[in-house]
Design a protein around this ligand. Structure first.
Ligand code: SF4
Length: 380
């Protein structure tokens, strides 16, 4: 099993907190489509003869593309790869999803939408500089459900200044009421070189408060558990086992090919990432050269990656598998590092599976990085 990720590096406007790679000018859109289709062809042997089971359009904002433009990319994939597509996700912003477009998207095979709602309050959306408003968020969810998108994911952001507990509960409840099967929630973070960082430095807005974010995370986990969602990854919740197949395969170490500027690829022993420049990417692809950097993973990196991706999910880290892959000495070392967090009940060990406890999930990244090996502690 393998996946293809397509990065569409355009957005209508820049959200204040975002540091993904995108341009707000769509002038290069046509040339970018040519370049992306070229890369799909050039990369066709990267994943060996694996079947493509998941296709994910991310960005940026893939929904700025016309449906025929998305179809052109899909046709190129289908003409060059062995596809057995089970999940075809398109990230979308509410203002792009008209009733007609939703129907057309379904007709070309999109079977999952990941909608960037972020909040149902106009004040929050304005503060974030989102392009849509609360009414468009509601309309697009309703239209997507009517169009027959059963596999729907909605993103929310918490920890924004001035977000009250009640407003946060309202946002969550809204998704519960619509019976949205998959919900992704992210704590607001201040990324370098973003408008948000600049605004905080210039005292134009408040920095996010970690205590409030932790409280909102707790509210989130409790409300969604009470409504039968599984908290299957730190930021992701699913009902009726509607886990995100594409993202889950990242966490399980499956191979994927990333197409487009800034996209990442992984084939078990190396990681590649394309240049984060639209102009450079287009120019290079004209000459049939993919502008990427590559890193070959050492055994230490592979072990740390396994620890990180496994502990972020509810399936945890299978210690028997870890021992088979990285030897008994390293397993002992890992368990010795985990001792403190096991005693503190941040981690739990059941049936030889190491997992994050519910109460520690908000701080998972710090706890996980404490378990990482260094070149000195890892035994080859
Ligand atoms: S729409 Fe998404 S990718 Fe574009 S700026 Fe906003 S958060 Fe970033």
């Amino acid at each position: 099993m393998a996946g293809i990720y397509i990065h569409i590096p355009f957005c209508k406007q820049a959200c204040h907190y975002c540091n993904f790679h995108f341009s707000t000018s769509l002038v290069l859109k046509e040339k970018m489509l040519d370049a992306i289709c070229n890369e799909i062809v050039i990369r066709k042997n990267y994943l060996g003869d694996k079947d493509i089971e998941t296709i994910y359009f991310g960005g940026g904002t893939p929904s700025v593309l016309e449906v025929q433009e998305i179809k052109r990319i899909i046709d190129t994939i289908e003409n060059n790869y062995k596809t057995n597509t089970k999940e075809f996700t398109l990230e979308a912003n509410p203002d792009d999803l008209t009733k007609e477009k939703l129907i057309e998207l379904r007709s070309i095979g999109v079977n999952r939408l990941s909608i960037g709602v972020q909040s149902f309050f106009n004040a929050d959306l304005k503060w974030m500089n989102r392009v849509h408003d609360a009414k468009q968020a509601i309309t697009c969810i309703e239209n997507a459900l009517v169009a027959g998108f059963e596999n729907l994911s909605v993103d929310l952001i918490y920890g924004t200044p001035n977000q009250s507990d009640d407003n946060w509960k309202y946002n969550i409840q809204k998704l519960v009421d619509y019976n949205i099967p998959h919900i992704s929630c992210y704590a607001l973070t201040v990324e370098p070189k973003t408008a948000l960082q600049y605004m905080i430095e210039k005292d134009k807005t408040q920095a996010p408060d970690e205590t409030i974010a932790a409280k909102h995370f707790e509210i989130l986990v409790d409300m969604l558990r009470e409504n039968n969602y599984e908290h299957y990854e730190i930021s992701n919740f699913a009902k009726n086992k509607k886990y995100a197949m594409h993202n889950s395969s990242y966490w399980k170490g499956a191979y994927y090919s990333g197409i487009g500027p800034s996209a990442h690829s992984f084939n078990g022993f190396s990681r590649q990432w394309n240049a984060s420049s639209n102009a450079l990417y287009i120019q290079n692809m004209k000459d049939e050269i993919i502008p990427f950097e590559i890193e070959y993973l050492s055994e230490v990196q592979k072990a740390n990656e396994k620890i990180m991706t496994s502990l972020r999910t509810m399936w945890g880290l299978n210690l028997e598998e870890f021992k088979d892959a990285f030897n008994e000495n390293n397993l002992k070392q890992l368990l010795s590092e985990a001792k403190y967090d096991l005693q503190k009940e941040n981690l739990k060990l059941e049936n030889n599976i190491l997992c994050m406890s519910a109460k520690a999930k908000f701080f998972a990244d710090g706890i996980i990085s404490d378990l990482f090996f260094t070149e000195e502690t890892f035994v080859n």
